[in-house]
Write a protein that binds this ligand. Structure first.
Ligand code: MG
Length: 279
């Protein structure tokens, strides 16, 4: 893929490393490529489970409540169904990173049509809201159907996947910190329905390339608390354990296209006041 128009610097290198990690590892897991997990991947640190462990229990189902949150005072509206002014294409071949507003349909967009996108602004610690919907019918394998994701700082993926009918390894389902920690409950709605993530994200802190404190994430999925200050072990990886290799405490929100027509709407962010610069 053409990468000549990404802004230079550490973010670009770190994102490239993530992408290279995804693609170069695709061949390694063929022996168990049924989407239900692996037996020979590395052990996760501080855990009894391997990366994408096929024996890791699926979380219990939790029926979500009704209603979706509206942006509170002080929130920055990232997408309200009218334009892409807060976003730009990521990893695009063309020099123009503008996203065509004609791609908006019924106040939502399809990530397969936009491709990889990221916020123009960078954020440190924040509260974040996003609504997403998987296709009603499977449009690929169990690992494809509804697959997208929100990459905080462009590094740390909160997984989106059809997880009501569809089953994959626990750390790859919707609401998982991908490849690290499954959600504590499965709050999925039926395929095609709108769902929400409400997130509190605390950025990692570094001294140069030394990790002072990891990132922490709290997530409500359709109103159900599924992560409470879950430690993020590092940049998202596939088939191997994560590590920190992006040594910035701010970054964009990046949305992932992954072979499925996942739709998004109503996205906002509210930087947290931590006494440090937020962008
Ligand atoms: Mg994904």
């Amino acid at each position: 893929m053409g990468l000549s128009y990404i802004r230079p610097g550490r973010f670009r290198r770190a994102v490239l490393a993530v992408l290279v990690g995804f693609t170069s590892s695709l061949g390694a897991g063929h022996a168990q490529d049924d989407g239900l997990g692996y037996r020979y991947t590395p052990m996760l640190p501080n855990s009894n489970w391997r990366v994408h462990d096929r024996n890791r229990p699926q979380p219990p189902k939790a029926s979500p409540g009704k209603g979706l949150d509206r942006p509170p005072d002080g929130a920055i509206v990232l997408f309200d169904g009218t334009d892409f002014s807060q976003w730009e294409k990521a990893f695009a071949d063309d020099a123009d990173t503008t996203i065509d507003a004609k791609l908006i349909e019924d106040g939502a967009f399809n990530i397969l049509k936009t491709g990889w996108i990221r916020t123009k602004r960078h954020f440190r610690d924040f509260q974040f809201h996003v609504e997403w919907a998987t296709p009603e019918k499977a449009d690929g394998t169990n690992l494809d159907w509804g697959n997208s994701g929100v990459f905080f700082h462009g590094q740390y993926e909160l997984q989106i996947l059809e997880s009501y009918e569809n089953k994959v390894y626990a750390d790859g389902m919707a609401g998982a910190i991908y490849g690290q920690t499954p959600p504590s409950a499965n709050a999925a709605r039926r395929p095609g329905r709108w769902q929400s993530f409400d997130v509190a994200f605390i950025a990692p802190r570094f001294d140069g390339e030394k990790l002072l404190s990891p990132a922490y994430i709290t997530v409500r999925w359709n109103g159900v608390l599924v992560h409470e200050r879950t430690e993020i072990m590092g940049s998202t990886r596939h088939l191997t354990f994560p590590n920190y290799r992006y040594f910035e405490s701010t970054g964009p929100i990046v949305l992932q296209p992954h072979r499925s027509a996942v739709r998004f709407r109503n996205i906002w962010i509210k930087p947290l006041e931590t006494g440090e610069k937020n962008e």
